[in-house]
Design a protein around this ligand. Structure first.
Ligand code: SPV
Ligand code: MG
Length: 566
């Protein structure tokens, strides 16, 4: 049943019906959720909510906009308070057509003059419309409607304007003749005497509607006894909300704090619920492309890094400061800058010192016999969905992460083809042999990994592995399986590093894509690397050097080098 038919049946059936006032989409929703069958689109409430007077200060098209929000947000019919019809018969025709097109189920017009004044403001001085002219307006409205069930209610203001019962009845009779579907007989008295007198005389010639705002203590049973079709609770949500807003504003103002009101007001989630946030979430599932598998990062920050000398007495090397902040913080910022927000960290040595905000931590055993893959195994749950594994002692440009993430391969590593220029050739490093020389590969060529070695003197090295391994969701599952197999014999994990893992992946027949760069990163292996690393933010280091104490000292080319920690 359409909304107009629902409204028509509410006023024509034998049982008393109730309409509850609403003045915007939110209050309309609240009316529906409370169980009401229909909404009264009150002119008083809508104008008050807009901050204007109930004197047609809001134009009828502005009212129409509000009604559209109310109709869209609810499934029960709206009977709108159409004041005097906002003009003559011609305006009335247009109003009816527009109301129908916005999903409004009916309109009530009152026999006063445009611009009207609210009936409770000096009602006795309000002139009534000429009866014939008003009948013409009702006829025009009738003829304009597309849906024959669209309801047109004629509101008789004779009592408000100080005319008696006879005039009220005369007008009601004429309005019914002109095609009104129901009569709303209004009164500003504290007692329902005059409306009940009208009802007795009216004898249910058409459905009769009352607005008991002033005679509010009339028992509902009395409406039933007098054969009333419907009553309108005309402005009570507006008035309730004004009281609540005034109290809340005052309390917050005087407390200069929110605590006194928090328990007295609805939660923000209740606001979202009323707005229909759930429906949008469901629709997103239906209509938006499946979300990209967002890569997370797993950063290995468990090793002390003895080569860092005194710098790592109380912290792992991932927490050594470079340029005023720990290496791990630099790494986290670089990942975040390219949209990788889910950052997980494996910590071990002096784990309490690794506690930067916004990271998820896994704790690995720091027993010496265990190595990288054992550390990874403490974070096995990360191996679902795309993942970038990265060492916690590298500083790198953000494009390196972007390129790894963009790779469609299940496994992908980044290498430095400038590996020969490394200052410290004695440091621990992994060297990579590829299926072709990445330096001469063209834009279209893909380069794949053959093996990873630790010996820089080996033949055919194409670059140094920079400590990044990107896994697709499938790649992550494969890695997880390999690690789980190893974990079945934990001893076999002693000394197994990621190099071993990469070689194992290749041995199992999977392909590891190799991306390359020249430089653009620093592997902070020694205390001197920590100084090198400061090139990234040299000025900040200089500044921090001034206000900090010596943290470590190392010999470098015959000189004693002192290192400060910010
Ligand atoms: C309204 O709610 O705007 C009405 C009813 O017209 S009354 O305010 O009682 O006139
Ligand atoms: Mg009104």
């Amino acid at each position: 049943m359409g909304k107009a038919s629902q409204l028509r049946s509410l006023i024509t059936r034998d049982e008393l019906g109730f309409l509850m006032e609403a003045h915007n989409g939110l209050s309309a929703k609240i009316v529906e959720e409370a169980g009401f069958e229909a909404i009264w689109g009150s002119g008083l409430s809508m104008s008050a909510a807009m901050g204007v007077r109930d004197n047609n200060e809001a134009t009828w098209t502005q009212v129409l906009e509000v009604l559209e929000f109310m109709a869209d947000h609810t499934s029960i019919p709206i009977l709108v308070d159409g004041d005097t019809g906002y003009g003559d018969f011609n305006t009335m025709r247009r109003v009816v057509r527009k109301l129908e097109s916005r999903g409004v189920a009916g309109v009530c017009i009152e026999d006063k003059l445009f611009p009207k004044t609210n009936s409770f403001i000096n009602g006795a001085s309000q002139p009534l419309a000429p009866m014939d002219e008003f009948c013409g307006k009702l006829k025009a409205g009738n003829d304009a409607r597309n849906d024959p069930d669209f309801v047109i209610v004629a509101r008789v203001e004779a009592f408000i304007a100080g005319w008696g019962l006879a005039e009220a009845l005369r007008r009601a009779e004429a309005y019914c003749e002109a095609g009104a579907d129901a009569i709303l007989i209004h009164s500003a008295r504290r007692h329902p005497d005059e409306v009940f007198a009208f009802a007795r005389e009216w004898q249910r010639r058409s459905p009769l509607i009352l607005v008991p705002t002033k005679y509010y203590n009339t028992p509902t049973a009395a409406f039933r006894q007098h054969g009333i079709a419907a009553v309108i609770w005309a402005n009570h949500l507006l008035r309730a909300s004004i009281r609540a807003m005034q109290r809340t504003a005052k309390e917050i103002y005087s407390a200069q704090a929110l605590t006194p009101v928090e328990d007295k007001i609805v939660t923000v989630s209740e606001v979202f619920r009323l707005q229909g946030a759930d429906e949008l979430a469901e629709a997103e599932q239906r209509y938006l492309p499946a979300p990209q598998d967002e890569a997370k990062a797993l950063i290995l920050a468990y090793a002390r890094g003895e080569e860092m000398a005194e710098l790592t007495v109380d912290r792992p090397k991932a927490m050594v400061h470079i340029g005023g902040q720990p290496i791990l913080q630099h790494i986290a910022e670089t990942f975040r800058s390219v949209g990788v927000k889910d950052l997980r960290v494996v910590r071990g040595y002096e784990k309490e010192s690794v506690s930067l905000d916004g990271l998820t931590y896994y704790d690995a055993s720091t027993e010496e016999k265990f190595d990288e893959v054992f550390a990874l195994s403490s974070a096995l749950e990360c191996f679902s969905g795309a993942l970038v594994v990265c060492y916690g002692d590298v500083l790198f440009r953000k494009f390196i992460v972007s390129e790894l993430i963009d790779s469609k391969a299940d496994f992908c590593v980044m290498i430095d083809v400038n590996w020969r220029s490394s200052r410290n050739r004695n440091r621990y490093a992994d060297y990579v042999i590829c299926d072709r020389d990445p330096v001469t590969a063209t834009f279209y060529d893909e380069v794949w990994l053959k093996s990873v070695l630790s010996d820089a003197a080996s033949e055919g090295i194409h670059g140094e592995w920079m400590g990044f391994l990107k896994l697709s969701a499938k790649g992550a599952t494969i890695c997880r399986t390999i690690i789980e197999q190893w974990l079945q014999r934990p001893e076999s994990l002693a000394g197994v590093d990621i190099r071993g893992l990469l070689n194992r992946i290749v041995e199992e027949g999977h392909r590891i894509q190799v991306l390359s760069t020249a430089g653009n990163w620093i592997d902070c292996d020694s205390a001197l690397d920590a100084i090198d690393g400061s090139e990234f933010t040299w000025l900040r280091v200089r500044r921090s050097l001034k206000r900090s104490g010596v943290a470590a000292s190392v010999w470098f080319r015959g000189y004693r080098v002192l290192i400060w920690r910010p």
